[in-house]
Design a protein around this ligand. Structure first.
Ligand SMILES: CCCCCCCCCC(=O)SCCNC(=O)CCNC(=O)[C@H](O)C(C)(C)COP(=O)(O)OP(=O)(O)OC[C@H]1O[C@@H](n2cnc3c(N)ncnc32)[C@H](O)[C@@H]1OP(=O)(O)O
Length: 224
């Protein structure tokens, strides 16, 4: 593969593109705790065998909570600024379905700098991510890889969108078990960023992916 020597661009500040930014440290602890509870609730509801009376009462309680909270919302597209222990700053959407800290549908996946290079994260997927019996849905594994590979490109100062994603499923991926996600940039060519990554359980690769990310056009690029 040709590796372009073109220097990577500075990470853009989403505010320069008119987007709102919430520093992760300013997310109320009560909201983080509520998101955890809702994530657990979705799994509970998906699997419950409760009777009609209990179900009706639970529905009333959830409807009351929904009514209480739904008036005051962040705009779609609001970003979250995350600062990692190594000082790396990353912007993502606040409600990103894989990594968004306020999205109860997100596992959530958090990627950190790996000692061997690239990024590494750990995640446990509960029963709401089920495809085959007891196993993670393949589409969700693709989503995990897509996010991890995009983060790896972003971590190298090359944030962009996925143009192509190729996933191979090597072994079944269990639910409710720790998974390790790894991702790295393998090369660049003009605005094309080639990335690869894996999902592992107990050290065994269960899914692996490669992607082409096309880096955002940034000021000073000259479009190259
Ligand atoms: C820190 C931040 C972390 C963020 C993590 C986010 C992870 C989440 C990832 C996602 O979910 S992204 C959402 C799913 N992806 C999309 O919605 C993208 C939809 N597609 C597009 O918007 C455009 O097609 C795209 C931005 C990918 C490219 O359009 P551009 O107009 O910017 O680029 P252009 O078409 O000029 O192509 C640039 C180069 O890429 C090549 N290319 C583009 N699409 C390709 C493709 N599909 N396959 C192969 N090559 C492709 C193209 O040939 C060219 O190569 P060369 O430099 O060699 O000329």
């Amino acid at each position: 593969m040709t590796v372009d020597a073109k220097p990577v661009a500075e990470l853009p500040d989403p505010r320069d593109f008119g987007l709102s930014v919430v520093p992760e440290g300013e997310i109320p602890a009560e909201l983080a705790s509520l998101v955890d509870e809702v994530r657990s609730l979705v799994d509970t509801v998906a699997h419950t065998k409760a009777g009609s009376r209990e179900l009706a009462a639970a529905r009333e309680a959830v409807a009351a909570a929904n009514d209480r909270l739904k008036g005051d919302r962040h705009d779609i597209g609001t970003m979250v600024q995350q600062v990692w222990p190594d000082g790396r700053v990353e912007y993502g959407t606040l409600t990103n379905v894989v990594s968004g800290p306020t999205n109860a549908a997100a596992p959530p996946l958090r990627m950190e700098t790996a000692p061997e290079g690239g990024l590494r994260g750990e995640v446990v997927l509960n029963g709401t991510y089920q495809g085959p019996p007891g196993l993670v849905h393949g589409g969700w594994l693709a989503a995990l890889l897509d996010q991890a590979l995009g983060s790896a490109a972003g971590a190298e100062g090359m944030p962009g969108l996925t143009a192509n994603l190729d996933v191979n499923y090597r072994n079944p991926t269990p639910l409710n078990a720790p998974l390790e996600i790894t991702a790295r940039v393998s090369g660049t060519e003009r605005r094309k960023v080639f990335v690869s990554g894996e999902v592992r359980h107990n050290g065994q690769v269960t899914a692996e992916g490669t992607a082409l990310m096309v880096r955002m056009n940034l000021p000073g690029d000259g479009g190259a």
